[in-house]
Design a protein. Structure first.
Length: 471
């Protein structure tokens, strides 16, 4: 897979730099945002297919206003200036910019004088979104003025021979109805790009069903991918493999290492069926990285997707969420329009229920902790406490038994620990003050409904000194 030549969005202090990059990508062209003070040589080293100068709040003639290396316009790369970028291009190439007193904000009628390249899809009059005080009053030599408004004489201009284009308005915002068409003309016609940067059939979603998941979770994953994402899903049912790897293992670090390695081996097997698969995308979060330890930070526990990966893994890792906390990831999910039941889903460890069993992971132990966990989540949801608790779950003490009495008879069975915490980012946490009646319902149901458990205790330890999970 060849590395695509990017369209570089030069950030000149705009609110919309990210939006410009997004619009480029929505046109299926790869884009990157770069700072305005990069030398032209460094811009050239990135092999750009095009350059877009963003808007910005400053005036180009003010001392200290953001600028660019003037050699940028000599790279032979098509350049599009937007708003402040339009003015910056004009001033850098010998045009004139002034505070005319004719400010324009919001929806404005654009009069197309000449369609040229950028405006080829526009009618003689169109609505565009303006936000400026200064204006270009004289174009640089070689530029043709292609549009104006009632207030300003130069709302768009271009020098097709040099591949230089500029507009005073904002084509990247939704309030410019033909904005996407203008962006496409720059990308496809001016830059000569084709819309081939897209996930499309290059993405293979692999769901490794480890047998360590919560009640109903495999079905939920399949339903979510089918209904919301509408992408094919490879469902690998590998419960027996993971149970075999975990047989006889009680040390939590060893559990995590074995699970992490088996994950990769399963992915490698799937990848062999897709010859071009080079990358493994993971949802690693910043707390995972922190707790797994570093050169200066102590290892608390090796998250299977960080410290638990095998050294001989042949994939290149892609971890887009690695520097984000869970609450930040939720904000990203909401912004992307993901359904609330996915965005607000309580965190669940990668090794799954294996690290909620203190002791050996067996089919019997998994059945107990899975059933108890289901009751906890059901009662928390019924009480309307899902959003008030960061996590609520059960831990099975598989190596401990306690004496109990049921039906006038003696029992000698396992205890489970109910763990419910409040937090914002999982770096610190406090135990949740659940109502007594909720605790009573949870404990009563677990003892009645889950064979092998005769005692429920509540963990009232904060983080620190404890961690949220037990292993």
């Amino acid at each position: 897979m060849s590395t695509p030549r990017p369209v570089l969005v030069v950030d000149l202090g705009a609110q919309y730099a990210q939006l410009i990059a997004r619009r480029v990508r929505e046109c299926h062209v790869y884009s990157e945002i770069v700072p305005h003070d990069l030398p032209a040589s460094e811009l050239a080293a990135r092999r750009p297919a095009g350059i877009i100068l963003s808007g910005g709040p400053a005036s180009v003639y003010e001392e200290g206003a953001p600028s660019v290396d003037p050699r940028l316009f000599e790279l032979g790369v098509p350049v599009l200036g937007i708003c402040y970028g339009h003015q910056l291009m004009a001033r850098a190439l010998g045009g004139e910019v002034a505070a005319t007193g004719q400010r324009e904000y919001g929806g404005t009628r654009l009069r197309v004088l000449e369609r040229g390249t950028l405006l080829a899809d526009l009618e003689p009059e169109e609505t565009v979104w303006m936000s400026h005080g200064d204006a270009v009053t004289a174009p640089p030599q070689g530029f043709r003025v292609t549009a104006r408004t009632e207030a300003i004489p130069i709302a768009a201009m271009e020098d097709r021979e040099r591949g230089l284009y500029a507009v005073q308005f904002h084509p990247e915002v939704a309030h410019t109805p033909k904005g996407t068409a203008i962006m496409k003309r720059f990308l496809y016609d001016a830059c000569g790009l084709i819309p081939d940067w897209t996930v499309g059939d290059r993405l293979t979603c692999v769901f490794v069903d480890t047998g360590l998941l919560r009640e109903g979770e495999p079905e939920q994953v399949e339903e979510t991918f089918g209904r919301h994402f509408r992408v094919p899903l490879v469902h690998v049912k590998a419960a027996d493999r993971f149970l075999e790897r975990l047989a006889g293992v009680t040390d939590p670090e060893e559990k995590r290492r074995r699970i992490g390695e088996e994950f990769i081996r399963v992915f490698e097997e799937v990848a062999r069926e897709h010859a071009d698969a080079r990358f493994l995308v993971q949802g690693t979060l910043y707390p995972d990285v922190i707790e797994s330890g570093s050169r200066t930070a102590a290892r608390i526990k090796s998250h299977h997707n960080v410290g638990g990966l095998p050294a001989d893994m042949r994939f290149e890792l892609v971890e887009p969420l690695r520097d984000l906390f869970k609450d930040e990831v939720r904000a990203v999910g909401a912004a992307l329009g993901l359904p609330e039941e996915i965005v607000q889903r309580q965190p669940f460890p990668g090794p799954g229920l294996a690290v909620r069993i203190v002791g050996e992971v067996t089919a019997e132990n998994l059945a107990m902790v899975r059933a108890a966990d289901h009751i906890v989540r059901e009662e928390i949801r019924r009480a309307g406490l899902e959003r008030e608790t960061w996590q609520a779950f059960c831990v099975l003490l598989a190596e401990v038994r306690s004496v109990g009495v049921m039906g006038d008879g003696r029992t000698y069975q396992h205890p489970v620990v109910l763990r419910a915490v409040t937090s914002e980012d999982a770096m610190t946490a406090d135990w949740a003050r659940l109502p007594h009646e909720v605790l009573d319902r949870i404990a009563g149901r677990i003892v009645r409904e889950v064979p092998g458990i005769n005692r429920v205790v509540y963990d009232v330890t904060s983080k620190p000194p404890g961690t949220i999970e037990w292993e």
